[in-house]
Design a protein around this ligand. Structure first.
Ligand SMILES: [Zn+2]
Length: 87
């Protein structure tokens, strides 16, 4: 059950939006549009071609949150990561 509150006359509208989770929703929607483009794998295939596979990460994702990201190089797809670092 959700409690619906209405903004107090003295309260800030920003606060109201934050409490209701509306601000977060808006931010997600706005960011979601910007984040539609996924990062591409920077790895090189066995044949010497650029892999360029789509990774599960968006360009705006923090590199700390990513797996298979090589600092100074870029994002690898899991296949390239396995080929280079896997056992
Ligand atoms: Zn790759």
């Amino acid at each position: 059950m959700t409690k619906k509150k209405h903004p107090n006359i003295g309260g800030s509208f920003d606060e109201f939006l934050r409490e209701e989770g509306i601000l977060e929703e808006i931010e997600n929607k706005v960011l979601g549009k910007d984040e539609e483009e996924f990062d591409r794998c920077v790895g090189v295939t066995a044949g010497g071609k650029k892999c360029n596979a789509e990774t599960p990460y968006r360009k705006t994702d923090h590199i700390e949150m990513r797996v298979c990201y090589i600092e100074g190089a870029g994002q690898l797809c899991f296949d390239c990561w396995k080929r280079i670092y896997g056992t």
